[in-house]
Design a protein. Sequence first.
Length: 433
Amino acid sequence: MTTDKQSANNPVFERRESEARSYCRGFPTTFAKAQGSIMTATDGTEYIDFLAGCSSLNYGHNDADMKAALVEHITNDGIAHGLDMYTEEKAKWLEAYENIVLKPRGMDDYKVMMTGPTGTNAVEAAMKLARKITGRRNIISFTNGFHGMTMGSLSLTGNAGKRGGAGTPLGGVTHMPYEGAMGEGVDTLAFIETMLDNGSSGVDAPAAFIFEPVQGEGGLNAASKEWMEGIAKLAKKHGALLIVDDIQAGIGRTGKYFGFEGMDIEPDLITQAKSLSGFGLPFACLLIKREYDVWKPAEHNGTFRGNTHAFVTGRVALEKFWADKDAMEASTAEKAEILEKGLGKLADLMPGAYLKGRGFMRGVDVGSGELAGDICARAFEKGLIIETSGADDEVVKVLAALNIPNDVLQKGLDIVVDAAREVLNENHKYAAE
Ligand SMILES: Cc1ncc(COP(=O)(O)O)c(C=O)c1O
């Protein structure tokens, strides 16, 4: 995309780093420091961060309390890597997770599996476990869903470009329409039920259904309570497990700790990653309903399962932000209102543009990937890091930290609105027809 600017910055990236690099192409500068919701480039330019490590930094950059706990742990020669051996820090994190996340939500019945450190590995574990439990192969995933880039999770992912990278057929999955995917007024639940009830539909009995409560990469499509509950019922009816991929929508992003919280569903398996460490450190896990924890020891092994440094920061994050869940939810709700108003102004600039998402996971479908990309590029020039999402990258998407100060949030929103206004004024190609 912007290779000239990149090489002007530091030629080593273009010279040495693989063409697979991605985010750096949209934000062509070299970053040196970050604090809270501000990232600072080597040249001293400050940027408001509306990307937050793609929701891996839900509490902003370098939270002082997490940083202090981590520095103390390292300084005291605390364990840095312990495979999945018992460590003091793992015990402390598990206890905090139990007391702050699981028990207050009536979820005492879940066990925590330490998977490999990225979201995709938690998804792979969920797929393997569902297949092992049911003895079935087929997994139902949804249009526009994104679940990761390793072979199993990629087979669940909808995006053709990403699937194309596999270089081999991806099987064992039936893709069904997510809510709204067949146009307004089409009941996708009824469609899926018809397909599954018809023994001649060609859809094999499923081992599991997997969905995102809000589709993060797929364009911020937010499923309704009714739809999620309908899928849960269908899973039960057909003897399939219900997997909620909460990797992007979870950990406060939609306003509550879990993206499905408040819905009358009890997923059998829940994937978590991204902001689990609270500090941007790699850490993922799979929550498993106790009755389904039928793994044999080491059956889903890995060198990096449970990241001790992430246990330290993740525990502090839970204690600091979630011990008082009502305060956290109220704060996010307040910021979500500011976000909605700001994005409403953005949508108002373009006929047909509309708001998407839920809670603090919102964006605007501006109708074309080119326009959304131009808006984000101009916003970056004005000091804002903001990305697109959607099948054609047509959604300008905000993933700001949950604790971004209100004035910084407002400033970022003003920048994106100004950026859009300028892009629209300067480009005849975007003139309303
Ligand atoms: C919903 C969802 N699932 C899985 C993943 C994969 O996580 P990771 O990139 O850590 O492998 C992502 C990443 O964006 C995601 O949004």
